[in-house]
Design a protein around this ligand. Structure first.
Ligand code: HEC
Ligand code: HEC
Length: 406
């Protein structure tokens, strides 16, 4: 059961009896999971169904595999926060002469490194040259990010760097899956591609797209939206698992999407601390806020609690060239191999709670501190990183303290 659900009974018991034996209950702004305010009782009910499905552990009897990476959504997105490197997954393809091939015929683009009994797990084929490791991001506040109209992203984008600030964010145009239903504000280009916004390369158009992919690629679970099992092409007979497809009904997938849409956004802390205020000012002064955009606003939404809300994610949801050090030679959609979608920085200070007491930042978790993550910024962020390096130790600490308060 989720922490926020246990709060009430725990408080009740502690007043009566073994108060000193119970661990201190974390404050509400220290916990990531939990619904946003303003949901109706019916909406809260669907949230709870989605919460349960998100934690559901699959077994070979319930359709896991035949090949897979993990057995539940919550197993990688622990407490809805960032994942530990243990839960990192691998994507691959072949990059030759500017052409990227996801090697679908060899089981790409995602490696399923585990298999149910009697089946063979995948290994990386020798053809794979572009290999990227993705550490799970936090999944809180995504409903707000999903409700920002495309026109906001297009207005932030500056693909040709017309304003000559060295920063040229752009959207990732992708061919959406057949089940994608565009809303009034979704924009498509002349080739019928839509703007991706979820995933490290912004390759998923919406939360349903991301969720259906996760069920299939991460756990080998088919659903009404996608009936195809992941298959190990290195095994001649291409066996699928014995459970009939679809292994999950559309309603369960939809409840998980609803859960993701209505998970509360991280709540900032220590906002009146003068060092935090100084850090925020410096963060904006050295252009960090050009990509990690502090404020966004949702459009009209079918969920009232998500409608026309101003919020503070510290992302522009755009792709940026981050330089050679972060170029894995792997890509998705129209993103370049060095391009990554700006990750939101809200919740950054709570990363360690979900990552086993340490932090693992950037797409593959390679940065072991906020400072290291910043120092690995290159490409479009090079000027900003240089400016960070020129700050005094006290000023750099103020920025870090500000980021830890988000
Ligand atoms: C093996 C670990 C793993 C499992 C299991 C897993 N995820 Fe993820 N999740 C990730 C990783 C890694 C990413 C980043 C993927 C990408 O960039 O495409 C991610 C990304 C996401 C995102 C996008 C977040 C963002 O900010 O763009 C959502 C939403 C999400 N997962 C939901 C789910 C759901 C729902 C399930 C279960 C159906 C699930 N995940 C299962 C590892 C996992
Ligand atoms: C050109 C756009 C851009 C600018 C400018 C920029 N960032 Fe980033 N930032 C990114 C992208 C993209 C990533 C993800 C890179 C990756 O995962 O490999 C990132 C990642 C991060 C992370 C790690 C987040 C996580 O969850 O792993 C931190 C912390 C961060 N940036 C802080 C800063 C600070 C502080 C500055 C100013 C000195 C700054 N950034 C300037 C685009 C930018």
């Amino acid at each position: 059961m989720k922490k926020w659900l246990t709060l009430i009974p725990l408080v009740g018991i502690s007043l009566l009896s073994c108060e000193k034996l119970l661990p201190p209950t974390p404050a509400d702004n220290e916990v990531l999971d939990g619904p946003m305010d303003g949901l109706s009782p019916t909406q809260l009910q669907i949230f709870l169904e989605g919460d349960e499905a998100f934690a559901d552990i699959f077994s070979p009897q319930t359709g896991l595999g035949p090949i897979f990476v993990a057995t539940s959504c919550a197993g990688c997105h622990v407490g809805d926060g960032k994942g530990h490197p243990f839960t990192t997954l691998t994507r691959f393809g072949n990059y030759t002469n500017g052409q990227f091939d996801h090697l679908l015929h060899l089981g790409g683009g995602q490696l399923q490194n585990r298999a149910i009994p009697g089946y063979t797990a995948e290994t990386l084929p020798p053809e794979a040259t572009g290999i990227s490791r993705f550490t799970p991001p936090a999944v809180t506040g995504l409903g707000l990010l999903a409700a920002v109209p495309d026109e906001t992203l297009l207005a932030l984008a500056d693909p040709d760097d017309v304003n000559e600030d060295g920063i040229s964010g752009r959207v990732n145009y992708i061919h959406p899956p057949s089940f994608f239903i565009p809303s009034g504000w979704h924009y498509s280009d002349a080739q019928g591609r839509y703007i991706g916004r979820f995933g490290k390369k912004a390759a998923a158009v919406d939360l349903l797209h991301q969720t259906v992919n996760a069920y299939k690629q991460d756990m080998g679970i088919t659903s009404d939206f996608d009936l195809q099992e992941p298959i190990n092409y290195a095994v001649a007979s291409h066996p699928t698992d014995p459970v009939a497809d679809p292994e999950l009904p559309a309603a369960t997938v939809q409840s998980v999407v609803f859960y993701l849409r209505t998970l509360k956004a991280p709540v900032p802390r220590s906002q009146h601390d003068p060092q935090v205020a100084q850090g925020r000012q410096l963060f904006m002064d050295i252009q960090c806020g050009k990509c990690h955009v502090p404020t966004m606003k949702t459009g009209v939404s079918d969920i009232k609690a998500l409608s026309e809300i101003e919020f503070h994610p510290y992302t522009d949801l755009l792709l940026h060239d981050m330089g050679a050090a972060l170029d894995d030679g792997y890509t998705e959609g129209s993103a370049g191999t060095a391009e990554w979608r700006t990750p939101p920085l809200w919740g950054l200070g709570l990363s360690a709670n979900a990552q086993g007491g340490s932090i693992f930042l950037l797409h593959d978790g390679r940065a072991r501190s906020i400072e290291e993550a910043v120092l690995l910024h290159g490409g479009e962020a090079e000027n900003s990183r240089n400016a960070f390096q020129q700050l005094s130790v006290q000023e750099r600490n103020a920025i870090i303290q500000f980021l830890e308060s988000l």
